[in-house]
Design a protein around this ligand. Structure first.
Ligand code: SF4
Ligand code: SF4
Length: 442
């Protein structure tokens, strides 16, 4: 199977995952991944983190960045050529719609040749390609929004212009951005604007897998960055490159890989397939391959396990460890405890302290809560029974704790823990420290 087919399978897998991911929820209504601007929550793999619990975000961001750097250092810009939405959408717009569906472009193997727009038929096809892609851009923008707005909320309000102007504005803005990137900026975005391309040169070394031209077999087409060979006849030795330029014409970013590694290369490997078809017809191996410079041009084995990759592996393992530990510390609901302004109140047979408990049920179901104290001498006077809190709601509860006069000793302040829990899940404990104040001993 050539790289083009493998890439297209990858595009389908990435597309399906991206489309269905916002719709996958747990029984509690938690999403696989959602940074919700509606509920101000971050959902990750079925766990829900409120804004007060966003301590996981730095680890996740570090994981994504370092993971991408490690991937680039080992396998080059595979993200760009195989997974990046810009590449996938460019493929849909240029290769599928403009070339295969409308025959506006002659064939996918010549991406440099622009259609002849002086013909009316081509002008019509050109406009038609925009219209078709606009419909796709609308779908992509909606899908993108669903990573920030829960899908049920989004579909319930997207047509309510009067009350949800911001929602509609951002959806329209993303449609505009997608059209701008894919239809107008095209690969210029990958070459000039994408920050990832700029860091690529720092991440690569001679063992990094990338599209690489075999100068030993093919010959030096470039010298001092200038092309010196333009036709097969100009070779003086046994150089194999037939100077057909197929690898150049097929390149979406318009570079010549025979010049060596360039930041414009998005590693789509279309040039590998192109050269493979030329060399294959002569029963030879492709002069361009997905390999390392070390293996192809220095004839030294590629070192996958090298100092750089070990360092990345160690850092990523440490981040995953911290991420796992921190996500296990995640609490099932939230509880803030504040004392009222009154230090204590003296009752007939006891001393009472009053508190304000603020519960926040962060789940998608109504739940029943109650609590206990860590000190068996301190009893709950109010509330006497467990109480229910609706899904995604907060409840302020005035709490009175009391201590029998006969149990009071010399201490003026007792440190206690409040252990709150869901009544049908005793393991869902949330523990908060507070104090119980007593009058001065006489
Ligand atoms: S040189 Fe061009 S065709 Fe070859 S992998 Fe890079 S971007 Fe793709
Ligand atoms: S496709 Fe192969 S043979 Fe043709 S110009 Fe490129 S490297 Fe040379």
């Amino acid at each position: 199977m050539n790289f083009a087919n493998k890439r297209h399978i990858m595009f389908i897998i990435v597309g399906i995952i991206t489309i269905i991911l916002p719709f996958i929820t747990t029984n509690d209504g938690a999403h696989m991944i959602l940074l919700s601007f509606v509920t101000r929550e971050f959902h990750f793999l079925g766990l829900v983190f409120t804004v007060q619990e966003l301590h996981l975000m730095p680890f996740l961001i570090m994981f994504l960045f370092i993971g991408l750097f490690a991937l680039t250092s080992l396998f080059g810009r595979v993200w760009c050529g195989w997974v990046c939405p810009q590449t996938i959408l460019r493929y849909i717009f240029r290769d599928l719609i403009q070339t295969k569906l409308l025959s506006l472009r002659k064939n996918v193997n010549n991406k440099q040749k622009e259609p002849d727009y002086s013909k009316i038929s081509n002008q019509i096809k050109y406009i038609l390609s925009y219209v078709i892609f606009f419909a796709i851009a609308c779908g992509v923008a909606v899908n993108f929004m669903l990573y920030f707005i829960p899908y049920d909320y989004f579909f319930a309000h997207i047509l309510d212009y009067e009350n949800h102007k911001t929602l509609i504005f951002f959806t329209a803005l993303f449609i505009f951005i997608i059209m701008l990137l894919v239809v107008f900026l095209k690969e210029k975005f990958c070459i000039y604007a994408c920050p990832y391309a700029k860091v690529q040169s720092v991440l690569y070394d001679k063992h990094t897998f990338t599209a690489v031209y075999d100068t030993i077999r093919g010959g030096d087409v470039y010298k001092d960055n200038k092309q010196v060979i333009f036709s097969k006849k100009e070779w003086t030795g046994k150089e194999e490159c037939v100077a057909c330029n197929k690898c150049v014409r097929v390149c979406p970013t318009g570079i010549d890989i025979r010049k060596g590694l360039q930041v414009e290369c998005i590693e789509c490997l279309e040039c590998v397939d192109a050269c493979d078809s030329v060399m294959g017809s002569m029963n030879k191996e492709s002069l361009i391959s997905w390999n390392s410079d070390s293996q192809i041009n220095l004839k030294k084995k590629t070192n996958i396990i090298r100092a750089k990759s070990i360092a990345y592996f160690m850092v990523i393992t440490a981040i995953i460890g911290l991420l796992t530990i921190n996500s296990q510390n995640k609490e099932n609901f939230q509880l803030n405890i504040n004392r009222t302004s009154q230090l204590y109140s003296i009752k007939e047979t006891s001393i009472q302290n009053a508190y304000i408990f603020l519960f926040h049920n962060t789940s998608n179901k109504t739940k029943e809560y109650y609590f206990k104290t860590s000190n068996p001498d301190i009893k709950i006077n109010r509330p006497r029974k467990p109480f229910k809190i609706k899904a995604k709601s907060k409840l302020k509860e005035i709490v009175a704790l009391e201590m029998d006069n006969t149990l009071i000793k010399n201490e003026k302040t007792l440190k206690i823990n409040i252990i709150a829990y869901e009544t049908n899940n005793k393991e869902s404990e949330v523990i908060r420290k507070t104090i119980f104040i007593l009058p001065e001993a006489k």
